[in-house]
Design a protein around this ligand. Structure first.
Ligand code: ADP
Length: 363
């Protein structure tokens, strides 16, 4: 099957030769119907990536193909309107002086008038807004405006829809509903989609795959559970959720640290190596123990769960999610362990280890 979108070694720098590139050697494939979420710190190049795909920027190097046809690079160039790309931006970017229907008609100007009217009606029907076709954007709620923007992007039947922080201007209550609606509409459209967000939960919950970006580079592109549970490095590990690190040691497939035995490490039999172990709060168990040297130092109530921060004897801290009924006040001595069955991530320096390194000492 042809990819909806293929980027091959795409780079883009804004200022001359000396400037750091905003996007560096990015290669990426998105399948028809797939939703890829892109997440990374502010300024890492997320918007630039979208603008390159949309045709609002030209790459300095590399190649972009949409449905197998080159749209940029290697001498090819197609302007935005010739790319079968739909755009949805954070502020909706609707034309304030045009009605909802005419906003949606905007991308359909090449169709005969009659067909255009039918497509607009169909697009508004699909987002459940046929009844507001004659209103102006300021007469709609934020959620409705967002749906109009989506209807406008989807009406021409794009191969790829690009969404840049589409929910960030909506308040918390509305966001969950608009998010669910948007996801359903994207699925129904069958278009590929790239959604940029700075919200980890959104990236994990919405994406078929998640791309984690830093300094213009895609650090990891993988399914949500893989990015969260098997991050390739320390940056992805810390960016995609709470993560604490402890010095640890693997001896013949047994992982130990200050808190005792952490887990076994299948495939590491015969290895003897100093590592670091990453622990997420849901992997850390606590038990009140008057003899323990670890102490609770902070308790944060989050509703469904309570986040406990614990200082170990060495001074290192770990965080632990406890059920909402559990609250160990600051100062409580607790024994700390790792929940059974956890497979914590091991790191050597910045890099996560999926297998013992070649250079590891063999027993
Ligand atoms: P993000 O969307 O992840 O916040 P951007 O793609 O907007 O990141 O920006 C990536 C880098 O490129 C940043 O260093 C930013 O300052 C720079 N940049 C973005 N747009 C321009 C521009 N039009 N001119 C010059 N530099 C820009």
């Amino acid at each position: 099957m042809t990819s909806a979108l293929t980027l091959t070694q795409v780079s883009k720098s804004y200022g001359g030769r000396d400037a750091d590139p905003a996007v560096r050697g990015v290669s990426l494939d998105v399948s028809p119907g797939e939703l890829l979420t892109v997440i990374g710190p502010s300024g890492c190049g997320k918007s630039t990536l979208l603008r390159l795909v949309a045709g609002l920027e030209r790459p300095d190097a590399g190649r972009i193909e949409i449905e197998g046809r080159a749209v940029a690079g290697d001498g090819a160039w197609r302007p935005p309107e010739g790319r079968r790309v739909g755009l949805v931006f954070q502020d909706h970017a609707l034309f304030p002086h045009l009605t909802v229907a005419r906003n949606v008609a905007f991308g359909l100007d090449r169709l005969p008038r009659k067909e255009r009217a039918a497509r607009v009606a169909q697009a508004l029907e699909r987002v459940g807004l046929a009844h507001v076709a004659d209103r102006h954007p300021h007469e709609l709620s934020g959620g409705e405006q967002q749906r109009v923007a989506l209807a406008r992007a989807l009406a021409p039947g794009p191969a790829v829809v690009l969404l840049d922080e589409p929910f960030s201007s909506l308040d918390e209550n509305l966001r969950a509903k608009v998010r669910t609606d948007t996801l359903a509409l994207l699925r129904e459209s069958g278009s590929a989609a790239i959604l940029v967000t700075h919200d980890q939960t959104e990236a994990l919950a919405l994406g078929d795959r998640v791309a984690v970006m830093r300094d213009g580079v895609l650090e990891q592109v993988a399914e949500p559970a893989t990015v969260y549970e098997e991050p390739v490095n320390r940056f992805v590990a810390t960016f995609m959720g709470e993560a604490d690190f402890l010095p640890a040691h693997v001896h013949d497939a047994l992982l130990t640290s200050e808190i005792g035995v952490v887990s076994t490490v299948p495939g590491w039999g015969g290895t003897d190596l100093d590592v670091e172990v990453m622990l997420r709060p849901h992997e850390v168990a606590l038990e009140v123990d008057p003899d323990a040297t670890s102490r609770v130092v902070a308790v944060e109530y989050h509703g469904a769960f309570v986040l406990h921060t614990v200082r170990l004897g060495s001074g290192a801290t770990l965080r632990s999610w406890q059920q909402h009924g559990v609250r160990h006040p600051a100062g409580t001595p607790v024994a700390v362990s790792v929940v059974p069955g956890a497979r914590p991530v091991l790191l050597s320096g910045e890099v996560a280890l999926s297998a013992p390194p070649e250079a590891a000492r063999r027993l």
